[in-house]
Write a protein that binds this ligand. Structure first.
Ligand code: GN1
Ligand code: MG
Length: 360
């Protein structure tokens, strides 16, 4: 706490600190709530994982562009309560929106009061989330600044497969022998799953500014269930719209946990799918191309697949990327994501029919 206090002292908080406590469940950065004497406002302190986000300056510049642009849009629309609808980062004493303490990078943002995050949502909330991510993409469509790729090739499936294959050939932790079944299942689908990259190279599929981490817990809901804002902006960058559509469904339409040990719990929930898709298309169909819409079921499969590949690669590499809670955690995650993928695959024809109906 003392160390955290001294970090916070480099930012211009409007009030004295009462307490700093851990916050959230992200797998990458460390997050704390900074509770002030008056609570008006409280703040969020984050240690940026700079092994993963290696260009912190670019990262914070991206976030500044995105939040500035969204703030402007909200103001133009005459929205009220704007500080609860877009994140606001505090400058540190060096004038930047982050502080380097010689070892770690830190940032502070204003805590959004009376807002909630969820690990699971019902269909109604999924509908709101669909609209919110559609709107988020729409608002960012005319962002004037060029955003950098904070993690190069982040959602590039060919690159993720290469990472897995490299991990397999090095086999540094001697784990490949235990996961052959999953490796085979992954390879069997590899070509189909790299479709987006091919369409992009052929000039048929665009990249747009996307959020790229649309896990359900990266969204803030107001007390009445409406969506306030999207958080965790570290990965906002040009990508295929599949990123946002697919990753939300991967997390929200899973009837089990991302790391469920009981695979019977893990299935793809069509009610969540329908509500989210309807909300998303309502907000996004005016700018989406037919090829993007046609491939939404592909996107629903791509993200459990990609996450399966990423968790498995990390397992094989000896658990160096994701925070884990117990030995074998990344393998449990791999299995759960694979089960989800299988369930998505079974539902593909139904998804297609539903999307066609929405577009009529
Ligand atoms: C990470 O930080 P968090 O938990 O929101 C990861 C995502 C994964 C997700 C899996 C920068 O997101 O890409 O989908 O874990 N973020 C990064 O739960 O790798
Ligand atoms: Mg997060």
């Amino acid at each position: 706490m003392k160390d955290l206090l001294s970090i916070v002292s480099h930012f211009h908080l409007s009030d004295a600190v009462r307490e700093i406590t851990p916050l959230g469940s992200g797998l990458i950065n460390d997050t704390y709530k900074v509770i002030t004497q008056t609570g008006n406002p409280d703040y969020v302190l984050q240690r940026i994982n700079h092994t993963i986000f290696q260009d912190v300056d670019m990262l914070q510049n991206n976030i500044a562009s995105v939040t500035r642009h969204i703030r402007k849009k909200l103001e133009e629309r005459g929205e009220s309560d704007i500080d609860r609808k877009v994140l606001r980062f505090l400058p540190a004493e060096n004038g930047k929106t982050y502080w380097f303490d010689g070892e770690n990078y830190w940032r502070v943002m204003v805590f959004i009061p009376r807002a909630k995050t969820y690990e699971t949502v019902n269909p109604e909330y999924s509908g709101y989330a669909g609209q919110a991510f559609g709107n988020f993409q729409a608002m960012l469509a005319d962002i004037p600044d060029r955003l950098g790729e904070t993690i190069p090739d982040f959602h590039n499936m060919e690159f993720r497969l290469k990472q897995l294959r490299d991990a397999v050939s090095t086999d540094i932790a001697g784990r490949v022998k235990d996961v052959q079944y999953y490796l085979d299942e992954i390879e069997r689908r590899a070509e189909e799953m790299c479709k987006a990259e091919r369409l992009y190279r052929e000039g048929k599929l665009p990249k747009r500014v996307c959020h790229c981490d649309t896990k359900v817990n990266n969204m803030m809901f107001d007390e009445d269930g409406s969506v306030l804002c999207v958080i965790d902006l570290d990965t906002v960058m040009p990508s295929f719209i599949f990123s946002d559509y697919g990753d939300f469904l991967r997390s929200a339409a899973n009837t089990g946990l991302e790391d469920d040990k009981n695979l019977d719990n893990v299935n793809f929930d069509m009610e969540i799918f329908k509500a989210f898709t309807k909300g998303y298309l309502g907000a996004a169909k005016s700018f989406l191309l037919p090829i993007e819409i046609e491939n939404l079921p592909y996107a629903a499969a791509l993200f459990p697949y990609m996450q399966c590949v990423r968790f498995l690669a990390d397992y094989i590499n000896g658990d160096t990327y994701y925070k884990t809670q117990y030995p074998g955690h990344n393998l449990i995650r791999t299995k759960a994501q694979f089960k989800l993928l299988q369930s998505v695959e079974e539902h593909t024809p139904q998804m297609q029919t539903f999307i066609d109906e929405c577009m009529k």
